[in-house]
Design a protein. Structure first.
Length: 120
């Protein structure tokens, strides 16, 4: 009889916890907003006064965006290497010929893109 009472009390406690509203906790956590992703080859560039790098599209080697790394270090290993993916918001669209992206994250892009077709 005592084990039934303990089991029933535990079951009631679980039900109360599952269906009670949690106040304050849900309002504090906000998932990060997704930032745009840009993929290409990263090179050091000084043609834009507010940016330090240029990201070019693979295959066509066309400039895509200027990139500035305000909050990041160790970017040199990604320069003139393989294909990278950059995350970050666009911070300026008027100072340079292309939009300027404030990179918040950079990583190697795997798998590499498919082979480029014949030149047009």
């Amino acid at each position: 009889m005592k084990s039934r009472a303990v089991t029933l009390a535990a079951l009631v406690a679980v039900v109360v916890l599952l269906f009670s509203p949690v106040q304050g906790v849900a309002g504090r956590y906000k998932p990060p907003l997704p930032s745009p992703n840009y993929s290409g080859y990263l090179t050091r560039d000084s043609t834009c006064p507010v940016a330090t790098h240029l990201l070019t599209q693979f295959c066509v080697n066309r400039p895509l965006v200027y990139v500035v790394f305000n909050r990041m270090k160790g970017v040199k290993k990604f320069e003139n290497g393989g294909l990278v993916q950059i995350h970050g918001p666009s911070i300026d669209a008027t100072s340079c010929a292309l939009p300027v992206v404030d990179a918040t994250d950079i990583e190697w892009r795997f798998p590499p893109p498919p082979p480029c077709g014949p030149p047009e």
